[in-house]
Design a protein around this ligand. Sequence first.
Ligand code: ATP
Length: 317
Amino acid sequence: MTAAALTPDDDTPRPGATESVTVRVPAKVNLALSVGPLRSDGYHDLATVFHAVGLFDEVTASTADGLALTCEGEGQVDVPLDDTNLAWRAAELLARTAGRSPAVRLHLTKGIPVAGGMAGGSADAAGALVACDALWGTGLSRDDLHALAAQLGSDVPFALYGGTAMGTGRGEQITPVLARGEFHWVFAFAHEGLSTPAVFRELDRLREEAGEQAAAPGVDEELLRALRAGDSTLLGAALRNDLTRPATSLRPDLRATLQAGQDAGAIGTLLSGSGPTCAFLAADAAAAARVAAALEAAPSVRAVRRALGPAAGAHVL
Ligand code: ATP
């Protein structure tokens, strides 16, 4: 909790004083994203390996009379500021669970691209859960927070943990993966976002058109071995995302982005989640700088960021 409203010799908040908590929460890429057949409930079973990277949103929760939400930073004009925002819904859900009113002012500082396939909204939901829990002194356990996170969305639980982890079910069942070392990533943001449901619908359409029967989802052993060894070359060769084909079908310009990173010496290229952000694994910091410079010049790219992975999950600053 920040001490802005506290006097140096008295740690009791003054009546009416504003207390606030800021939580930092990372973006994710899916190192593997294997999508099973369409289920009767409209979802797909997934097997994925989440990897948190050092691109962050911050969620600040401050005492207030009612629920209010503001936002600044990357893609702010596309972020809804009402009860469709996942951070807002997280605060309401936690308040309902704790039997209290959702009186909080939430401020989002975005570094994660909106509708970029990096789970920014999910990150904000996880951040809001942790920030409101601390602000209100709710004292929920990690398991309790995980259960609330899973109600908010498939990608929300992982944002609580960070690191590198296997996701199964719809992605909400999390098992840590043994991973060694640090990886150098470059991210190319696209000019426009891409809707996750639209990409899944396109996957189903393409599979049906080709008469393909989707297999049960699974993660290749080579990827897990590469992570255990901390071997970026092996990891680069093992990256896999079933959503690459439908995302590039909807947005053919993404092929040019992926090619530009590969031509610049990336040892792995990957669509991030449902896209349109493209992720590139580099051998070291110097190689990452070269890949980033080449992508800056690509017409299909709006902005380029470098980040290390794995990053820590949602934590109070
Ligand atoms: P995912 O890969 O988890 O499906 P994404 O990273 O592609 O999601 P988000 O940035 O989470 O995309 O945004 C998807 C949509 O969700 C946005 O277009 C926006 O309308 C809505 N949204 C709701 N809450 C938020 C939030 N806190 N930040 C950004 N977008 C939000």
